[in-house]
Write a new protein. Structure first.
Length: 224
């Protein structure tokens, strides 16, 4: 299976961004999730929220067209949009703690079939702190996760139970990996879309948790 192509990160984030609904306030966390801002649906008004206080920004800036004062949570340069606001860090957290974020998209080291996730600490590795992930996981209406399906060593990341210290219990609703799109249900991970060339059996082989296969399972799609 090593020779089978996996989904690129932008494709993963585009697919997750398709799930955003018109009018949602969408927090995009550090790392891969910031790529979600590159997906633009002209039929939806999505308000992107960055922990550092930029609200309503657009896609990542092209090289040579950066505004050095306008960055997202990962420090990447982003573009402005009509109605965009730049607010104090405390006000940004007021939006989060006030329950106004419809969905937060975060990266993770592990996700468990019961919706737990771990994204802040790896034992014996320096650095790392739970930071704003704690507030977002507790206060956002939904939590979506984007991550590679396996570690660099080939170990699964979709688990029966998280082995690492968890960020929050039972909050994850949807996961996208480089192998497919998964809903987190009371019965566990439901595979609803798969990467081209990958069968459910292939994906199960790289997943610790038992997968539920959607009745209408299909290849990953990038348009409604």
């Amino acid at each position: 299976m090593a020779d089978k192509p996996k989904l690129e990160r932008q494709v993963m984030c585009d697919r997750l961004a398709m799930e955003f609904q018109d009018g949602w306030i969408v927090n995009l966390g550090v790392g891969m999730p910031t790529l979600c801002s590159n997906y633009v649906d002209p039929d939806k008004e999505i308000i992107t929220h960055s922990e550092n206080g930029v609200i309503g920004y657009g896609p990542l800036a092209e090289e040579g067209k950066e505004d050095k004062h306008l960055v997202n949570a990962s420090g990447q340069f982003v573009t402005s949009r009509p109605g965009m606001s730049i607010v104090h860090h405390a006000d940004s957290f007021g939006v989060i703690r006030g329950g106004m974020v419809d969905v937060t998209v975060m990266g993770a080291y592990e996700v468990a079939e019961n919706g737990d996730f771990a994204n802040w600490r790896i034992p014996n590795r320096k650095g790392g702190g739970i930071g704003g992930a704690m507030d977002l996981a507790a206060c956002a209406k939904r939590v979506f996760i984007a991550l590679e399906h396996v570690t660099r060593e080939g170990a699964p990341r979709l688990l029966n139970r998280c082995a690492l210290p968890i960020t929050a219990p039972g909050v994850v609703k949807m996961v996208v990996t480089d192998l497919g799109l998964f809903e987190v249900t009371p019965q566990g991970f439901k595979l609803v879309e798969h990467a081209p060339g990958w069968s459910p059996e292939d994906i199960q082989e790289l997943t610790e948790a038992k997968l539920i296969i959607a009745d209408d399972l299909r290849e990953i799609r990038l348009r409604a």
